[in-house]
Design a protein around this ligand. Sequence first.
Ligand SMILES: *Cc1c(COP(=O)(O)O)cnc(C)c1O
Length: 385
Amino acid sequence: MKGQLPVEKFNNIRTPFYYYDTELLQQTLDTINEEAGKHAGYKVHYAVKANVNPKVLQLIRHAGLGADCVSGGEIKAALDAGFPANEIVYAGVGKGDWEINLGLDADIFCFNVESVAELEIINELAAAKSKTAHVAFRVNPDVGAHTHANITTGLAENKFGIALDDLIPTIERAHKMANIEFIGLHFHIGSQILDMNDFKKLCKKINEIQAELDAKGISVANINVGGGLGIDYDNPEAAPIPDFKKYFDTYATNLVLREGQTLHFELGRAVVGQCGSLITRTLYVKQGTHKQFVIVDAGMTDLIRPALYQAHHKIENLSSREPLRTYDVVGPICESSDVFDKAIELPCCHRGDLIAIRSAGAYGEIMASQYNCRQLPKGYVTEDL
Ligand SMILES: *Cc1c(COP(=O)(O)O)cnc(C)c1O
């Protein structure tokens, strides 16, 4: 069954570790291709920052997705995984010179530029190589997504993107630069978005912007709407694959494309989130004054989302079928925020029980740190077990 864990195979592996269900990932990719393929000119890129496990990247590449990178390291990871340079887009407010040079040397498809200051440097560095950099401007559409404040990126006062009022002057400036070719507009309003109205609002904004650009005679070859489609963290087994049909149909219905325009997407969480679980083992069950703690061997160093964003992940005891008890599930790290969840019900826990923290395929392993001199968790795919 989709999304079920091969528990018996976990016993011999040192915990904590990440497990990626490649069958589910493949089904997710097939669904993306099927639904995006219904619309002419749609191109999906994978937001590499969500997960760079080499086997996960391989599957995504084989499915034909492009790569959306936010650093030179990610461009390298994408190239190493076989993503063709002409399907790599590169965003980020603070691109270093070496990272821009790497993108220029590889001839990536597009730099998603976030300021005039950056545009000038890209032009200079491209000139030094006698190259032309393809750029899209990341526009801040002032659309707020109904999601956690730390992962909202499209509001007016935000470090990301170029303010709407500055867009036309910036495009006109780019047109005058010898080593810059303006090829598109880029947007990304946030992450873990489940309300399609947020994407509708973005479409409406883009329609307005396109009408303004038409009036100025500015043509745009590519529209990139970023990513942000959310997953169901509460029901990983009932909803293992996000509703890509609804997502792409929202754009098809609400966004007016011009003749020949390509519409790009940059999906991260929706591609890899549900296929991953963090598998950990119960070290101790501790009776506190008023509550019981399950202390597991994974911590915020392995999965920081709960501590960083108050994110909720479904937690399962894979070893016990005993009656439910109420627990706080915590890690071993010397920080009070090292808590995976509070007051949740789990089958009675004992030392040694395997615990799965679900929906951890995106922004999990890649955000792991070595704080407290811990080892980084390993990642295994189905075929490794
Ligand atoms: C993080 C990011 C994405 C992917 O976001 P998801 O919510 O994982 O889909 C896409 N585009 C840009 C520019 C990003 O920074």
